[in-house]
Design a protein around this ligand. Structure first.
Ligand code: AMP
Ligand code: MG
Length: 355
């Protein structure tokens, strides 16, 4: 064979290989998967084979389905709903995954002096935010029903012992909504890391994990939205932050979660609003100077629980608490006293903010 023909064949093979590669790989895939009453948004930076992506998506969907099947109070057949219907003081054996999240929830309840409390489910229903909405409430007026409900609420009324939950009052019910989204994000991030991907971002309802860098090889930039109820999701950004490595040479990583009063609220007859976050000490919607608080923590589950707790505490108590818990950093957006504008305040270790 002469040289020219050889070169021709080699060229055709290379071109064929390139075309094959192009038709079998996806670059910077980004998609959304409905979950937990919202959606999980995922972006991978870089290229991945179509089969690799399909396999990864399957694993992610399975992880999300698993979290829903255990922790959603919006479906009757989930592990949490079965536990909630179990009106007994006998042991209720639970899965290791469920036990882990309940244990974290009870630990945060203790650490936050009960500002975070996973037994708020009947209160969440009472105030019209849960699956069993009670519509006969005279908004803002404590009544006998509320007093009765408060009897069965309180994180000390449930304990975890050798893989089983035990109620101290038969009507105790759990709501893990304030921690499960963060837990779901952690689970998805683990699946992506296990597939060897180093550059990605995962978000469920504002709770985020980001690793590595974006499609341009630059730091991920995350927007903290302005806590205005009438603006569509993410329409107005209050601040942005870049995900940088904390230690030189380390892969950049962040886990963060936000709690606020601007997305899920009810309006009283007089036009005033109350939020879906309950102050477990009063049994009533938390009255907070905080419009939104964003927390950064080692895991998204931790950030999620602490963001809810800080909202309940308010900024003064919240900053005091953060002083004793340096593994958390927080950014508060506060209502001005007249309610007409916002100010902000952050812990000193919170990542540098930009516009
Ligand atoms: P988040 O958006 O993470 O702050 O979670 C708020 C959700 O958690 C609410 O919609 C309730 O279902 C539930 N919740 C409300 N108040 C509390 C509380 N103090 N502690 C734990 N969960 C709560
Ligand atoms: Mg939360």
């Amino acid at each position: 064979m002469n040289k020219k023909i050889l070169i021709g064949i080699a060229g055709a093979l290379i071109l064929g290989g390139l075309l094959w590669h192009k038709s079998h790989t996806v670059i910077n895939p980004s998609w959304a998967q409905p979950t937990m009453g919202t959606a999980c948004h995922i972006t991978l930076a870089g290229s991945i084979s179509k089969t690799g992506l399909a396999a990864l998506r399957e694993k992610i969907d399975a992880a999300l389905e698993d979290v829903n099947r255990r922790m959603s109070t919006w479906q009757d057949d989930t592990e949490i709903s079965q536990f909630n219907r179990f009106q007994s003081l006998e042991k209720f054996p639970v899965s290791p995954e469920f036990a882990d999240v309940v244990q974290a929830a009870l630990s945060y309840a203790e650490q936050t002096g009960g500002a975070f409390d996973p037994t708020v489910k009947p209160l969440v229903d009472f105030w019209g935010f849960g699956p069993e909405r009670m519509s006969n409430i005279e908004h803002g007026t404590p009544n006998d029903e509320l007093t009765r409900i408060m009897d069965s609420a309180g994180w000390k009324k449930v304990r975890l012992e050798n893989g089983a939950l035990i109620k101290a009052h038969p009507a105790v019910q759990l709501d893990l909504a304030a921690i499960a989204k963060g837990y779901g994000v952690d689970r998805v991030a683990e699946v992506i890391r296990a597939a060897g991907r180093k550059n990605f971002i995962v978000e469920i309802g504002g709770e985020i994990v980001a690793d590595g860098t974006n499609r341009e090889g630059r730091p991920w930039r995350i927007g903290i939205e302005s806590p205005e109820p009438d603006k569509p999701f993410g329409a107005e950004i209050f601040q942005t932050l870049s995900v940088l490595s904390r230690v030189e040479g380390e892969i950049p990583k962040i886990a963060m979660a936000t709690s606020g009063d601007y997305r899920n609220f009810q309006t009283r007859a007089d036009g005033t609003r109350y939020s879906h976050i309950i102050d477990p000490h009063t049994g009533r919607p938390a009255q907070s100077d905080v419009a939104a608080v964003t927390v950064i923590a080692p895991r998204c589950m931790d950030a999620d629980a602490v963001a809810t707790a800080l909202f309940v505490m308010g900024s003064d108590k919240g900053f005091q608490w953060l002083e004793n818990h340096p593994e958390f950093q927080a950014f508060f957006i506060l209502h001005s006293p007249d309610g007409q504008s916002f100010s902000s305040e952050a812990t000193s270790g919170f990542p540098k903010l930009g516009k």
